[in-house]
Design a binder for this molecule. Structure first.
Ligand code: GDP
Length: 460
């Protein structure tokens, strides 16, 4: 196992970065964190009274002027002072709330840099919070997820992870598994004191941990989907109404709708909140054979776009029925098991019977769009368990770790059953513990941490 504190902790340097988006805004907040945060803030600012930042109480606000070295005032600001360890990073922190213009903010940062701070790397504040034990790895990841959440459902899930629901579930599993390990190791080290290993009890406890892992894994498909989103591709001959349907689903007018066949030449992508799932909805150029060069490129892009689709919707023109071109398309798309949608139903006589397969809709008059959304959500979610109130898995990384722990526990039980030496069981159990520790970070390597935090934005 790796000692967390040894991983790239640089307690000597003080970092700073803009924590609010760059560009103009009412205020901009610059964060300064590290051993030198207070001294640097003293160096760059003038405040009423003789007090130094270190002498202010924690969690207090102070009016100040940030000045150039020659005394020119750059901006009137508020300094928020946090003493270690009661801050976001666990270090001394000063947050400078300045006027939110790019120029004053840049000048303040330049002033901080020349006074001893260095620019923070992406995610470095959160990484320090993790290294200082303010949060575990799953919680640190949740900070990024809260910022990136695209729907309310994804946000609620990230909030729960940030509050420690997943961490506690994993900690509970680890403690069950640790109990088994302790018993096994005692039987190896002190056989005369503890007697023979109670393999039945070990089996029961491992089974308990396995059940907990299964329960958590059951939340993974939905959790990952809510966080990462899904991709739906609308396919169909030109002019069947793909762009119109995209618009009906979006209820905006962003895709180009035109009566001339084959003019949606490129792949258009929009994001849609589909029952809480962030969905990238792609309208394609169609797949017909064409001699037009531009359109041919569009068709090639369509095929690319299909390759990573979570769901393909094949749109047919209800007034034309299934044409030979449609049948060819259906064959081509068969591997994606497309959802069939009959569009332009408004043009059919009222007494028209519904099709045996597929959903009738009208993009033009927005008829039957809600059932279509329902069908899309159902197909994307598959059999995924409904959102639980408790812990949920939201990252493929967590899912893989749980699967690996599950395998190691399965191996441990087989080893126990085969009556092999307890050492062998202990190796499997340790493997399971290590896998679980990846989720909360106890066993995460420097590479894993670098990978996770590099995805954050600067200033977080
Ligand atoms: P695409 O080439 O598949 O993207 O098709 P478009 O969305 O551009 O639609 C082609 C034509 O069909 C346009 O003139 C649309 O107004 C029309 N259209 C699309 N959906 C419907 C529908 O549900 N009912 C009717 N009556 N016309 C539609």
């Amino acid at each position: 196992m790796t000692d967390q504190k040894s991983i790239s902790a640089q307690p000597d340097d003080t970092i700073c970065a803009l924590a609010t988006p760059s560009g103009a805004g009412g205020i901009g907040v610059i964060r300064v964190s590290g051993l030198g945060a207070f001294a640097i803030a003293d160096r760059v600012s003038v405040r009423r009274g003789q007090k130094k930042c270190v002498d202010y109480s924690g969690h207090t606000l102070h009016r100040a002027e940030i000045t150039e070295r020659d005394g020119e005032v750059i901006d009137d600001v508020l300094l928020a002072v946090f003493h270690a360890p009661r801050s976001y990073t666990g270090e001394d922190v000063v947050e400078i709330s300045a006027h939110g213009g790019p120029v004053p903010l840049r000048r303040i940062i330049a002033r901080l840099l020349e006074s001893g701070a260095r620019l923070a790397r992406p995610g470095e504040f959160t990484q320090r919070a993790f290294l200082n034990g303010k949060m575990d790895l799953a919680q640190a990841e949740a900070v990024g997820d809260i910022i990136a959440a695209q729907t309310g459902a994804a946000h609620r899930l990230a909030r729960r992870q940030s509050a420690g629901f997943l961490s506690r579930a994993v900690a509970d599993m680890r403690s069950v598994v640790l109990g088994v390990l302790a018993r096994i190791e005692a039987s190896i080290d002190f056989p005369e004191d503890v007697g023979e290993l109670d393999t039945e009890l070990c089996q029961r406890e491992i089974a308990e941990a396995q059940t907990r892992i299964e329960t958590l894994l059951a939340t993974a498909d939905r959790g990952i989907l809510l966080r990462e989103g899904a991709k739906i591709v609308l396919a169909g001959r030109p002019n069947v109404g793909k762009s119109s349907l995209l618009n009906a689903l979006l209820q905006t007018d962003r895709a180009i709708v035109t009566p001339v066949p084959g003019t949606t030449r490129d792949v258009i992508e929009e994001t849609l909140n589909l029952r809480g799932i962030p969905v990238r909805l792609t309208d394609t150029a169609g797949l017909r054979e064409t001699s037009d060069e531009v359109e041919r490129i569009g068709v090639a892009r369509t095929r690319d776009s299909l390759s990573d689709a979570d769901l393909v919707v094949l749109i047919l023109d209800a007034t034309a029925g299934e044409t030979p071109e449609d049948t060819a398309l259906r064959t081509e798309l068969a591997q994606h098991a497309p959802l069939i949608v009959w569009n332009k139903w408004d043009l059919l006589p009222l007494e028209q019977a519904f099709p045996a397969e597929g959903l009738p809709v009208s993009a033009a008059i927005c008829w039957n769009i809600a059932p279509l959304e329902e069908a899309l959500a159902e197909r994307i979610l598959g059999g995924a368990a409904p959102a639980a109130d408790g812990a949920a898995v939201t990252h493929a990384r967590h899912k893989h770790a749980l699967e690996s722990a599950r395998t190691r526990l399965h191996d441990a039980r087989q080893t126990l059953e085969a009556d092999l030496p307890a050492d062998f069981v202990s190796i499997d159990i340790r493997g399971a513990l290590e896998a679980l520790g990846l989720i909360t970070g106890e066993t995460a390597t420097e590479d894993i941490l670098a990978e996770i935090f590099s995805k954050f934005c600067i200033g977080k």
